[in-house]
Design a protein. Sequence first.
Length: 328
Amino acid sequence: MVSAPKSRWDTHFGGILLVCVVAAAATFLSEHYGAPAMLFALLIGMAFHFLHRDAAFAPGLDFSAKTLLRFGVGLLGLRLSIGDVESIGYGAVAAVGGFVLATLACGAMLSYLFGRRMAFGLLAGGSVAICGASAALAIASVLPARADREQDTLFVVIGVTALSTIAMIAYPILFASLGMSDLQSGFLIGATIHDVAQVVGAGYSISDEAGVIATFVKMVRVALLPVVMLVVMFSFRGAQSQRVTLPWFLIMFMVLAVLANTGMVPQALIDAIGILSRWCLVIAISALGVKTSLATIAHVKPSYGVILIVETLFLLTIAVGYVLLSGF
């Protein structure tokens, strides 16, 4: 007898159940010991890293770490108020664009100094400046085709993911030691950490206010991805033509933010969706933890690793310098 093919739910169930249990445990520990749920979710998830390639868990883990994360981030738009944007200041929002351009230029300069191609410098610079692995894959899709392009992209994805995970844990501690307020810390986390998942995890590990601000600032960076892709397409002869669009979760975030500020959405509904969003994010961070192994840092080529680390420190330095010198 031929068995019926498995449904999408059957293939995803094991991984989703695993990270839901991890998220529930992280929330329980957070409520009883006062430590951030996101940090617990990451650390507990990492203890189950040995399951991340298991066929019974991998599809659900990928769904939770990507689709569920982006859905949760999109829902956060309902929690963003005009007051939050004004508390940052429109000058600070413009400064984020400056950080992105400066980091791209840093990547180009470093690629020249280390004898790498300009394409690699823009690939690495764009991934650090905008949204980590997602930006690396998007930018790679429009670069001229080369035999080693896939390998370069793989190393960048591994490197920025590892650095983002380290930053998620280290940056909140660093900003607290510098005496930063929740508002300042949220801005810096959104402006400096590479991947969306780690921005959310780091921001909410400080406070809800820092989490909302960090997510908004990160969305500003993500919104610049199509612009950078167009620049790359027009900068190289033989660049691949691709359809350039805004990520769906960014559009969702902006639409819900506008809707929330019209006063048309009942507060009870905003609160309920806020709870749903938070659970989506804790579950997604749990999945990220299961998929994370800090040992991957060892697999990054030394020169690639140095370029990514220098770019990361450069972005951190100019962002912290802006906050300290501008009176933000």
